[in-house]
Design a protein around this ligand. Structure first.
Ligand SMILES: Nc1ncnc2c1ncn2[C@@H]1O[C@H](COP(=O)(O)OP(=O)(O)OP(=O)(O)O)[C@@H](O)[C@H]1O
Ligand SMILES: [Mg+2]
Length: 257
């Protein structure tokens, strides 16, 4: 379980990224956070594994404070959290297999992983993870030879090889076409269901959120303005929260970029 207790984040320039967030996310949930650009989706997600430091409050993971954790304790908490980015974050010139093995780094000494000496079990785990996302045949290809969707599946395989209990995905499909989007979202949903991995995904599209989420969290200016099951996340509800429909705002936002 992930618990936010009175969590706030003020950036050094004074911008309020999060304002007094209190939520509990239970094991195995598939939560999608939605909101306009600048609402605080990335800040919320990244505060969980401390890619961003919060300025107030506390975040607990299975009862343990990641906010207060240091050194080995922090490393161990982070080992349970896989991160998936819009831009994939792969080592482009490395093979797919090596990228997936990077998920094992937290389990071994630095020296061992620098020389790429992973135990046989790790290599088997990496192959199984690649098979799970249907790109086993790409194991020895260079990461940058893969399509965007395939690269995103490598990053999902990396989280699987990491044996993450939580997956945080920050706009994982923002740079993908509709078909590839479906494949990547299906992969995330399938591993969430099969392994019970708690999954939190930031998305721009409320329609996509409805297709995959068990619970939707709506953010606006650093505050939670909606938190409920998909059935309650109606167009009317979002129009009420955002003043006009999210799609319309979203479209205007994209068009303005
Ligand atoms: N490093 C930073 N320094 C200062 N302000 C920041 C920083 N990162 C984000 N912000 C601000 O914090 C607020 C929340 O940003 P955040 O990136 O979490 O939004 P988001 O919902 O993820 O938006 P998007 O949909 O565009 O990714 C915004 O006002 C943003 O400008
Ligand atoms: Mg963001």
């Amino acid at each position: 379980m992930i618990e936010f207790h009175n969590v706030s984040k003020v950036y050094s320039n004074g911008t309020k990224g999060l304002k007094n967030i209190n939520i509990k996310i239970y094991r195995g949930e598939f939560v999608v956070t939605v909101g306009l650009s600048g609402a605080g989706k990335s800040t919320l997600l990244r505060s969980i594994n401390r890619l961003h430091e919060i300025t107030d409050g506390e975040i607990l993971i299975d009862g343990q404070s990641i906010t207060a954790a240091k050194g080995k304790e922090l490393r161990h908490l982070r080992r349970d959290i896989g991160m998936i980015f819009q831009s994939f974050n792969l080592v482009k010139r490395s093979t797919v297999l090596k990228n997936v093995l990077a998920g094992r780094v937290g389990y071994h000494s630095t020296l061992r992983t620098i020389f790429g000496r992973f135990p046989k079990e790790d290599v088997e785990l990496a192959f199984r993870a690649l098979d799970r996302v249907n790109i086993l045949e790409k194991a020895y290809s260079r990461a940058d030879e893969l399509s965007g969707g395939q690269q995103q599946r490598v990053s999902i395989a990396r989280a699987l090889a990491q044996e993450a209990k939580i997956i945080l995905a920050d706009e994982p499909v923002a740079s993908l076409d509709p078909l590839t989007t479906k494949q990547v979202m299906d992969d995330l949903k399938n591993i969430n269901q099969e392994f019970g991995i708690t999954t939190i995904v930031n998305l721009h599209s409320i329609d996509l959120a409805r297709d995959y989420a068990t619970r939707i969290i709506g953010l606006h200016a650093g505050e939670i303005v909606f938190d409920g099951p998909v059935e309650e996340a109606t167009d009317e509800k979002f129009a009420e929260i955002y003043g006009r429909s999210l799609q319309e705002e979203e479209f205007l936002g994209v068009a303005a970029k």
